[in-house]
Design a protein around this ligand. Structure first.
Ligand code: AHG
Ligand code: MN
Ligand code: MN
Ligand code: MN
Length: 339
C-alpha cells in the first residue's frame, strides 16, 4: 500500500500541474516558487524570535509614517533579494519602500510586477502573535523597458496571482492564480509546502465580525449604525447574536475568515486626515480581495467592489469589508442607504 506521504501534493507539483492544464505559464510558476522560498526564509527568521535578535524596532520609518520593526526591514530584504535574479520580474513594490524598484540591470527582466506587504501585523511581532506576508502579481504592460510606479496602477481584477503566507503555529501559504483559493502547509523537515486544503470556501452567512472598535468615534454614521445593529444581537434588527474577533494582523484575521467565515472590516475613518482608512489597496486589499472572491466571498469598499477600483497611487489607502458574501452585502446596504 502506498504511504501517506506519496499522496501529498507539494506546491511544486501543484504548480506544474496548473501549468500543464494551461492555467499558468512557466514564468509565473517559477515566480510563485521564488516567493514561496522567500516566505520560508521569513518564517525561519520569525520563528527564531528573541534568539535570532530579530525582535524590536529598526529605528527607521517608512513612507506610511510608521516606525519599522527589524522584521519589516529584514522581510523586505529577503523578498527583494530572492526575486532579483530569477528573470521573471520587471519590478517590485512594497509597503516598506517609497517607490517601486526595477530589477537591477545586472539581471534579466521578466514580464511580471510583484507587490508585497513583507510583514503584515508588525505590531504583533514582539508579543509572539501570528504575522504574515501578503503578495500580488500583475503583468508588466507590453513594451515597457523599465517599469515605474505608474505601471503598477492597475485594477485588482488584473492580478494574475495573489496570496499570503501566515507565520502562525504552523506556516501556511494561501494562494490563488484565479482558479480557486488553496492552502499549503509548510513541512519544515522536508522544506516544502504541501497542499492541505484545495478550494477553500467561505460560508455565505456568518455570526462573526472583526473590527477595531476603538476607532468607533472616527467612523461615518453608516458604519456606526451597522456595528450598533451587530452589537444589538438577537434583540436588534439583525435578529441574531454576533461574536467578535480582532487579531490586528490582517493575514490572521483573513485566514480565520477563509477557514470558518466572518466579516473583516477596516472602514473609512477620519482618524488621519486625507487617509480613507488604514489598509493599502495595492498590497493588502487587492490580494486579499482576490483570495476571498476566489473562495466564494466578497470584498467591498462599502460602496463597490475592491477589485474594480482604478488605483491612483502606489500606497493608496482604501476602506475594506471582506468575507461572507451576505454579510458584506448587508454592510453595503447601510452605506448605500446613507448616500
Ligand atoms: P502592517 O503591519 O503591514 O502595517 O499592517 C497592519 C494592519 C493590518 O495587519 C491590521 O489589520 C491592522 O493594521 C491593525 O490595525 P489596528 O492597529 O488598528 O488594530
Ligand atoms: Mn506597516
Ligand atoms: Mn499589512
Ligand atoms: Mn507590513
Amino acid at each position: 500500500m502506498p504511504s501517506q506521504a506519496s499522496h501529498a501534493v507539494s506546491l511544486t507539483r501543484y504548480l506544474i500541474e496548473e501549468q500543464r492544464a494551461g492555467r499558468i505559464n512557466a514564468e509565473l510558476r517559477q515566480l510563485i516558487a521564488v516567493v514561496a522560498r522567500a516566505c520560508t526564509s521569513i518564517s525561519i527568521a520569525v520563528s527564531k524570535g528573541a534568539l535570532g535578535g530579530v525582535l524590536g524596532d529598526a529605528g527607521t520609518g517608512n513612507v506610511q509614517g510608521e516606525a519599522q520593526k527589524k522584521l519589516d526591514v529584514l522581510s523586505n530584504d529577503i523578498l527583494l533579494e530572492a526575486n532579483a535574479w530569477g528573470g521573471h520580474l520587471a519590478a517590485c513594490a512594497s509597503e516598506e519602500m517609497d517607490h517601486s524598484q526595477p530589477i537591477p540591470d545586472a539581471y534579466p527582466r521578466g514580464g511580471f510586477l510583484l507587490l508585497f506587504d513583507p510583514l503584515d501585523g508588525s505590531s504583533n511581532i514582539d508579543v509572539n502573535v501570528s504575522v504574515g506576508t501578503i503578495f500580488s502579481v500583475l503583468r508588466c504592460p507590453e513594451g515597457v523597458e523599465c517599469a515605474g510606479d505608474e505601471h503598477f496602477l492597475q485594477p485588482g481584477r488584473e492580478q494574475v496571482a495573489a496570496g499570503y503566507c501566515i507565520y502562525g503555529p504552523s506556516t501556511m501559504l494561501v494562494l490563488t492564480t484565479g482558479h480557486g483559493t488553496h492552502a499549503f502547509t509548510l513541512d519544515r523537515e522536508q522544506g516544502a509546502f504541501v497542499l492541505t486544503q484545495r478550494d477553500m470556501r467561505i460560508p455565505e452567512q456568518t455570526r462573526e465580525f472583526a473590527i477595531n472598535v476603538s476607532n468607533q468615534r472616527h467612523w461615518e454614521p453608516a458604519m456606526q449604525a451597522y456595528v450598533a445593529d451587530l452589537l444589538a444581537g438577537s434583540q436588534g434588527p439583525r435578529g441574531k447574536d454576533f461574536n467578535m474577533r480582532w487579531i490586528a494582523s490582517m493575514v490572521a484575521d483573513v485566514h480565520r475568515i477563509l477557514t470558518r467565515g466572518g466579516i473583516f472590516i477596516y472602514p473609512w475613518d477620519r482618524k488621519e486626515p486625507g487617509k480613507p482608512g488604514k489598509l493599502r489597496l495595492m498590497y493588502e486589499a487587492n490580494p486579499m480581495a482576490l483570495l476571498v472572491e476566489q473562495a466564494g466571498g466578497a470584498a467591498s469598499t462599502g460602496r463597490g467592489r475592491i477589485l474594480d477600483l482604478a488605483p491612483t497611487q502606489l500606497h493608496q489607502r482604501v476602506p475594506v469589508f471582506l468575507g461572507s458574501k451576505q454579510e458584506v452585502a448587508a454592510a453595503e446596504r447601510y452605506h448605500q442607504s446613507a448616500d
